[in-house]
Structures are given as structure tokens and as C-alpha cells.
Design a protein around this ligand. Structure first.
Ligand code: GNR
Ligand code: NI
Length: 174
């Protein structure tokens, strides 16, 4: 397993639409292992492949990490079958938008189909925090970040702040 670098906004790669995986082979499983390790190290509760620069429709999640108790979930080529009309609000953050948090409304339940770590067809009905995270990650597959749901002003302010931080970091490295 290996840690991968998480891309942060502003970065055009994060805005790419990810491409379906043809089949779950050893290379895809290696990528999923790396993604999970990178997510735990960050630390975060979810990660989409595009966040480590790979435009494939792969998501890893673990929303109930308590010490030692890991509960990883892998979703390959996830598709929404149905979303509830009812919305719920969670304060969201994103490893690609470091240090920024905002309350976002999303459907409180979603029913999805996907392939699991072994390439088997699966379905899942999710609600609460899990439903929110699945939708946050599925947005990444379309090049969408949670800040896209904020007002233009808030979004612009966040992107300005992040690009300034990036430039300062570059200056220190050089
Ligand atoms: O670690 C994460 N926490 C989080 C909190 C609320 C809603 C969504 C998330 S996902 C985020 C990790 C991440 O950026 N995944 O893409
Ligand atoms: Ni994210």
C-alpha cells in the first residue's frame, strides 16, 4: 500500500468527469487500497479517485472509524437508483477544500447500485451521514465540489483563500 497526494482546489483535474471502470482487477484493487490508506491518514471519512488524480469512478468510505474498528466501504461505478425528496443538512468538509466547512442540503436517503471490491454487483439503501457522504463522493465523480452549492461570493472567497495558501506553500518549498 502507498499514500497518494490529495489534490486541492483550485485544480482543473478535480473538475474532470471520471470514467467508468471496465472491470475490477488487481490494479483497481491496489488503487482502492492506496485510496483507503490515504483517506485514513488524512484523516477523512471518504475519498474519490479523482482526489488522488485518477479520473475513475471509484469511491472509498468509512464513516464509523473508532479506534481500531475499521469499516471500509468500496464503491465502483456507483449509480443512483433513487433519491428521497426529503432533504437533510450536514456540515460538510472536503479533503480537497482544506479547512473550509459549510452546511449543505442533500436528499436524506439514496438507493444506489455499484460494484464492490471484488467486482460483485451490489445495491445499498443509505440514510443520514452515509447518504450525505455517498452523494458528496459521487459529486466528485462529476467534477463537483460542495463549495459549488454556496453563493458565488462565498465560493469565490474560499477559492481565493485556497489559492493564496497554495502560493504561500510554494514559496516556502522554493
Ligand atoms: O472527510 C470528509 N468529511 C466529510 C464530512 C461531511 C460531509 C462529507 C465529508 S467527505 C470528507 C472527505 C472528502 O473530501 N471526500 O471527498
Ligand atoms: Ni470531498
Amino acid at each position: 500500500m502507498a499514500l497518494r497526494k490529495i489534490l486541492t482546489e483550485p485544480n482543473k483535474i478535480l473538475r474532470q468527469k471520471s470514467i467508468p471502470v471496465e472491470g475490477v482487477d488487481k490494479d483497481m484493487q491496489k488503487l482502492m487500497d492506496d485510496m483507503l490508506e490515504t483517506m485514513y491518514a488524512a484523516p477523512g471519512i471518504g475519498l474519490a479517485a479523482i482526489q488522488v488524480g485518477v479520473p475513475k469512478r471509484i469511491i472509498v468510505l468509512d464513516i464509523q472509524q473508532k479506534e481500531g474498528q475499521k469499516n471500509p466501504l468500496f464503491f465502483v461505478n456507483p449509480e443512483i437508483i433513487e433519491k428521497s425528496k426529503n432533504l437533510t443538512t450536514y456540515e460538510e468538509g472536503c479533503l480537497s477544500v482544506p479547512g473550509q466547512f459549510a452546511e449543505i442540503d442533500r436528499p436524506d436517503q439514496c438507493h444506489i447500485k455499484y460494484l464492490d471490491y471484488d467486482g460483485n454487483k451490489k445495491e445499498m439503501k443509505a440514510e443520514g451521514m452515509l447518504a450525505t457522504c455517498i452523494q458528496h463522493e459521487m459529486d466528485h465523480l462529476e467534477g463537483i465540489l460542495f463549495i459549488d452549492y454556496l453563493s458565488k461570493l462565498k465560493k469565490t472567497m474560499i477559492i481565493k483563500k485556497l489559492s493564496k495558501q497554495k502560493k504561500e506553500l510554494e514559496r516556502i518549498v522554493v
